[in-house]
Design a binder for this molecule. Structure first.
Ligand code: CP
Length: 340
């Protein structure tokens, strides 16, 4: 693996989750691996968890870390080929990516969707620009269309709570190569598949699709009963959701769920628009029932989810945030191993 751009770069999700859990048990056991190596974090957008957990992961591996808020401290970048740069942009991605590569061994980048131009966002010009012109490995810390570090942390959290990514699945999967089976293998014996619901939730601002997209991609590789629920008009990119069932009745979708993952996203078909802010879609204790609650954070209390849920023992949000470190650590470890 040269870069970690999306969930598709994970060759075996059960194995990566298992490895991340081992690192969690002994975070500095691989401290020699990153000695003499430097990680550069470039932020075009704000962050709390991603910034600190990725630094922590690198430090656990013995790496040096440099951080730059590129969005407001770097030169405005030009991405177009052959552009006459006599307007707002000062530096071309060709030079910027090559220059950054002189100072580090891995560059991790956060660059959100602008939500104005679907084609431009889907071109992923920042991440793809760095992948094209950097000579070092590139890690996605949330791009226009994906947040694969978050989805890997979510997979770890699910596994820890007896979701589909339990470690025994890895063994089942290795001995079972029948076509049509998910990566996690089929259920055996009495254990039923966990029911996992991704629920749209209200939010006052237009938010990107990245977290939801990567969670869907990760869930499609798991042996779970997975359902997406949202109001009509909030369908995600059908190329990402594929054959995942969509239930427009949120209460019905949440019935008998084991895990409910709440997240807001703006419309994909009416690109980047907030179609409504229906507070009926806020996640409540009543709708959650006995399920565990998940959210990537930051979360707006009593808009996305009511206090009673976040303050209850059913909330996994702090564990998800903790697992961001081990998701990042397993990614960095694999990239470092690839350099040896
Ligand atoms: N979940 C997440 O990526 O958090 P930050 O935006 O704070 O990094």
């Amino acid at each position: 693996m040269k870069n970690y751009f999306s969930i598709q770069d994970i060759d075996s999700l059960p194995d990566w989750v298992s490895e991340a859990r081992q690192l969690k048990g002994s975070p500095t056991s691989q401290k020699q691996l990153g000695v003499g190596k430097t990680l550069c974090l470039l932020f075009f957008n704000n962050s709390l968890r991603t910034r600190l957990s990725t630094q922590k992961a690198a430090m656990n591996l013995g790496m040096e870390v440099m951080v730059m808020n590129f969005g407001n401290e770097g030169w405005a970048l030009e991405y177009g080929d052959g552009t006459v740069m006599d307007q707002g942009t000062s530096e071309h991605i060709k030079e910027a990516a090559q220059v950054v590569s002189q100072y580090c061994d891995i560059v991790a980048i956060r660059a959100f969707a602008g939500l104005k131009d679907k084609a431009k966002d889907e071109a992923e010009e920042v991440l793809n620009g760095f992948i094209s012109y950097a000579s070092v490995s590139v890690v996605n810390m949330e791009s226009s269309i994906g947040h694969p570090l978050q989805a890997l942390a979510d997979a770890i959290t699910l596994a820890e709570h007896q979701g589909p990514n339990r470690e025994t699945d890895s063994q089942e999967n290795k001995t079972d190569d029948k076509p049509g089976k998910s990566e996690q293998g089929q259920q055996s014996g009495a254990r039923r598949k966990p029911k996992i619901v991704l629920s749209w939730a209200p939010h006052p601002k237009a938010l990107p699709h990245a977290v939801a997209n990567s969670f869907v991609e990760m869930m499609r590789r798991q042996d779970a009963e997975f359902v997406i629920t949202h109001p009509k008009g909030y369908e995600l990119n059908p190329e990402i959701t594929g054959d995942v069932p969509i239930e427009y009745n949120q209460k019905k979708a949440c019935e008998n769920a084991d895990f409910v993952y709440a997240k807001n996203w703006s419309s994909y078909s009416d690109y980047g628009k907030v179609l409504h802010q229906n507070s009926d879609w806020m996640m409540t204790q009543e709708k959650l029932g006995a399920a565990k609650f998940m959210h990537c954070l930051p979360v707006r209390r009593n808009v996305v989810v009511e206090d009673a849920v976040l303050d209850s023992g059913q909330s996994l949000v702090i564990e998800q945030a903790n697992n961001r470190t081990y998701a990042a650590q397993v990614v960095l470890k694999k990239l470092l191993e690839n350099m040896r």
